[in-house]
Design a protein around this ligand. Structure first.
Ligand SMILES: [Zn+2]
Length: 282
């Protein structure tokens, strides 16, 4: 699912206006999407009245999560992209491929760079998951809970309290820093985790505390269905020695598809959180 926007567009040829759907992000791991780009058909306007056809100069992001690729087509400066990149830096780390996505104004250069990046695959030193630094940031919040600083509303006696849930959650993130864990390891089911973090955010005043909760929300993407009782560890791949290349490759191959799912979910969580902050949903 690529991200789309509704727009009203006026035909440059006859002045007729019509609705169309524009791509804001395009997942180029799907070959049909890659073909759209390479054949100059992304965000193509076709007038219902006079049949005039034009590729609209609308900024959009191409990603291939599997290969660690993210690149912007930005024909004119787009402030929303500045903001999106700030969000990616904050939630996925400054070294994530999302945060480091190049922004290219020229269409032909953009296509060439996209092909080049797509063929090169994941780059050394590139982080495709939240940095350990951002996780320790969340840990700071857990510690502050122990000292009883933020006063969060307690749930009914039957279910664990908000504080307990958040503490268990934080401990999991701390104990398995580079891993994908089974969703069933969460202290409560994921939809409930989301609700708890949102409630805590609403009831927390401090800006720092609120940022911790925001980070905690994004880390829900580290929990996936079907992982099983053994967390899948991506740490081996983090460039630690050449001792056992085969073992590292095997671990990496196992970890990669899970990491891909996790990144995709994180992008959705980021969207959901932004909607929540704007008051769009609870
Ligand atoms: Zn027209």
């Amino acid at each position: 699912m690529s991200k789309r926007l509704e727009a009203t567009v006026e035909c440059r040829n006859c002045g007729h206006t019509q609705h169309m759907t524009l791509f804001r992000t395009l997942w180029v791991e799907y070959s049909e999407n890659m073909s759209l780009v390479l054949n100059d058909m992304v965000n193509e306007f076709c007038c219902e009245e006079c049949k005039y056809v034009e590729r609209l100069e609308f900024p959009f992001l191409c990603t291939n999560v599997k290969r660690g690729v993210a690149i912007w087509y930005e024909p004119y400066h787009d402030e929303q992209i500045d903001e999106d990149i700030r969000q990616y830096q904050k939630h996925m780390g400054a070294n994530s491929f999302y945060a480091k996505a190049p922004r290219i104004a020229d269409w032909e250069t953009f296509k060439a760079k996209l092909l080049e990046m797509n063929e090169a695959g994941p780059q050394p030193g590139q982080e495709t998951q939240p940095s350990a630094e951002s996780k320790s940031f969340f840990r700071g919040f857990i510690d502050s809970l122990k000292h009883g600083k933020p006063r969060l509303a307690e749930k009914t006696k039957a279910s664990p309290s908000v504080g307990e849930v958040i503490e268990t959650y934080g401990a999991l993130l701390e104990n398995y820093p580079f891993s994908i864990l089974d969703s069933s390891m969460l202290p409560v089911p994921k939809p409930q985790m989301k609700a708890i973090l949102k409630t805590a955010y609403r009831e927390t005043r401090g800006e720092q505390m609120r940022r911790h909760l925001e980070a905690g929300f994004m880390f829900l993407s580290m929990f996936q269905d079907g992982v099983g009782p053994m967390p899948i560890d991506g740490k081996l791949f983090k460039g630690c020695g050449k001792s056992n290349i085969h073992a590292e490759l095997a671990a990496f191959k196992k970890w990669m598809p899970w990491q891909e799912r996790s990144s995709v979910e994180m992008e959705c969580l980021l969207d959901e959180w932004n909607r929540f902050k704007k008051g769009g949903d609870s």
